[in-house]
Design a protein around this ligand. Structure first.
Ligand SMILES: C[N+](C)(C)CCCC[C@H](N)C(=O)O
Length: 288
């Protein structure tokens, strides 16, 4: 099994992640808290109360976990294509796989990475939702002191299954939308590149950026549900399950609730995925 794809997936994912984390914090807050009027209000409040560090809450853990998550996504994707089409990544420019194969391989990668991502994403969301300023003398300490403390408290209070809270919503969110992600990337790359050649850097940046946007647009409704399920059970249990979360969110807040965080998700998705695909392509070319 070729491993370059796993390593390239990890490095490129980490680069994209740092760039996109501040957007991600704003998004999670908008989706799960009602105290903010919109993106700007949320950004100003985070900055005032929590300083610039507020935007980077919960980042150290995703950086570590992206090693697993992105390498699983890209590694499984590329190896599934190898199984489906019998072509390695080097041969795929000359013999491009069909979009159906790209979609299936993308879904396979998405499904596998969702399970690895679930506990890490849960911890990220819980930490991002802590609004207490850091280390202010006299103020009550936040519920979780950091990622490890967060993981152990969830484990103790909610059991091992607690670490997989929201995992179903996450799998449903990621399986089809990562299929869409790779299909968009491939389609845009092919359109901007003469046959048989490697796409140029600018083509890769644009194709990667739009792949991120289309994938996030389609993922946002389930992203809202996923974040809410992950926060559920912290103080009291509000939802009976995934469907109940969909129905009660819709009843209480109207259909617009499913698009919370869409603008910020898209704004974040372009740079993050442009950088992810550019570094992924270059690392693979560099390794021959
Ligand atoms: C499928 N879904 C849109 C949910 C995620 C796509 C992940 C791509 C990239 N790691 C990012 O964080 O943007």
């Amino acid at each position: 099994m070729p491993v370059e794809e796993f390593v390239a997936g990890w490095i490129s994912g980490a680069l994209g992640l740092v760039l996109g984390h501040p957007f991600d914090t704003v998004k999670v807050r908008l989706q799960t808290q009602t105290t903010y009027q919109g993106i700007t209000d949320c950004m100003v409040k985070i900055y005032r109360h929590e300083s610039i560090l507020g935007f980077f809450k919960g980042m150290s853990f995703p950086i570590a976990s992206i090693a697993v998550v992105n390498s699983v996504l890209f590694g499984v994707y590329s190896n599934s294509l190898l199984a489906l089409t019998a072509t390695s990544h080097r041969e795929r420019r000359a013999q491009p796989p069909s979009y159906t194969h790209v979609f299936i391989a993308g879904c396979a990668g998405g499904f596998m990475q969702a399970y690895c991502l679930a506990p890490f994403d849960l911890i990220k969301v819980r930490l991002q939702n802590q609004t207490e300023p850091r280390a202010k003398p006299g103020s009550p300490p936040p519920r979780y002191r950091g990622p490890v403390h967060c993981a152990t408290s969830i484990f103790q209070k909610e059991g091992p299954r607690g670490l997989f809270r929201g995992a179903w919503a996450l799998t449903l969110r990621d399986t089809p939308t990562l299929g869409i992600y790779f299909v968009t990337y491939e389609a845009l790359c092919r359109q901007g590149t003469p046959e048989g050649q490697n796409p140029s850097s600018s083509t890769v940046l644009v194709a990667g950026g739009f792949a991120g946007i289309t994938s996030w647009i389609t993922a946002t409704p389930l992203d809202v549900i996923k974040s809410r399920m992950q926060m559920d059970g912290l103080t009291r249990k509000a939802y009976q399950g995934l469907l109940d979360c969909v129905v009660s969110s819709m009843r209480q807040e109207g259909p617009g609730v499913f698009f919370r965080g869409l603008t910020i998700n898209s704004a974040r998705a372009f740079p993050v995925n442009a950088v992810t695909f550019l570094s992924y392509e270059y690392l693979l070319r560099w390794w021959g």
